[in-house]
Design a protein around this ligand. Sequence first.
Ligand SMILES: [Ca+2]
Ligand SMILES: [Ca+2]
Ligand SMILES: [Ca+2]
Length: 256
Amino acid sequence: MPALYYFVGVPLEKIQHEWAQNEPDNKNNAESCLALHSDGRMSDERCDEPRPYICYRPHSDVEANVCGTPDPEYHFESRTNKCYKFHTSPRTFKRANFACQAEGGYLVIINSEVEAQVIRDIWIKYPAVVMIGPFWKDVAYVGMYNWDESEDWTTIHGQWLQEAGYAKFSPGEPNNSTTGEYCGAVYRNGMFDDLYCEQDYAFICEKEPSYPPVCDSDSPRPFEPAICHNGVGQAQIQPDNQMNEIMKTQTSNVVI
Ligand SMILES: [Ca+2]
Ligand SMILES: [Ca+2]
Ligand SMILES: [Ca+2]
């Protein structure tokens, strides 16, 4: 049985929960996400199976920073009018992509020389000594991918690199040196490398300051902090009886 399950950083052992019969079983060693059953019990499931899902936002004051998120690790960069977060916990490309999306952002897409400089400056704040664990600390995943596994690299938003505004690979790259280097990364010098997607590396998320909106607010956005008050969030609140019906009929994914 896998030792650890987390809800966005909180060990499951600290959350009241009950497993469904014979769960968790990590069937075929491929079940890394949790699902909530209609009876309130839980199981581990494959992450790539589509299911209904439930979003949650606390019904209390939420203070969003200039980046439109309560996450203090997103920092606004005036040179690009975007926000960035450097993740020092290494992840595979797929999980890194998931993590950025879960935070309302995306794996960083370098659109210009200016943004490449921004990334170089971010790297300076993260020398290898601040990153824990045995992984290569001079590369970080970015939002580009070799979609058709040839020479055609695109951003995760579907643009060719030239079209996106920046396409500088490090000399000798991409080299597909470990067969399957279809995922993009950036060196400390701001140049790209291709990496094996299943290897864990640091990664950088980019976020639009105004997206997703945390709440309605009179504060001028995106460059002013906003406070969301009770009841003004934009989330669609399901009436309890409606939610109960959903819970009776469907199994739903829970964030992992
Ligand atoms: Ca299972
Ligand atoms: Ca960008
Ligand atoms: Ca490479």
